[in-house]
Design a protein around this ligand. Sequence first.
Ligand code: GRF
Length: 194
Amino acid sequence: MAKTKTAIFISGRGSNMMALVEAAKASDFPAEFALVVSNDPAAAGLEWAAKHGIATLGVDHRQYKGDREAHERVIDAELRAAGIEFICLAGYMRILTPWLVEQWNGRMINIHPALLPHFKGLHTHERAIEAGHEEHGATVHWVTPGVDEGEVIAQARVPVMPHDTAETLAARVLVEEHRLYPEAVRRVLSQSLA
Ligand code: GRF
């Protein structure tokens, strides 16, 4: 089967990236993860990807002194040179410019650790506990210019337990993220190829 050449963007440990790469071992998985990109050349996930035979690209945003688009133009050129067709943001901790979002409109998705539209942005687990929500989770969504605002593709729910801390809740959500993200990629790419 034809596989969509896909890049994963990370900023840190990359556990969602690992889950995607693991899922892509299945012969019927519709994506080939051909490149892992990070804004932090020291991101632990880059080393893991390289060890697993995946091309990596670290472009340090600090070298662009606040010019976000200049940073993204360098990355975008590399994506095109590598023949990338689709992007999975997986713990990429930079807000994208409308320019990059436009370049990849309809071809870029993100995983967010909350049940959108609740808790866009950062510190979602603390905020879910503080708000007294009984349910929390993760969302895979299309990337649009508004942060965490694109159309929802898939969600996974977990209960918030009485003695949860942000850490215990994050761990429960993360287990679901690792299941949800590959499933969402499978669904989106199978549909667009159909
Ligand atoms: C995940 O919770 C993801 O949803 C969020 O940042 C975290 C990244 O974790 N955007 P990892 O790097 O995939 O382990």
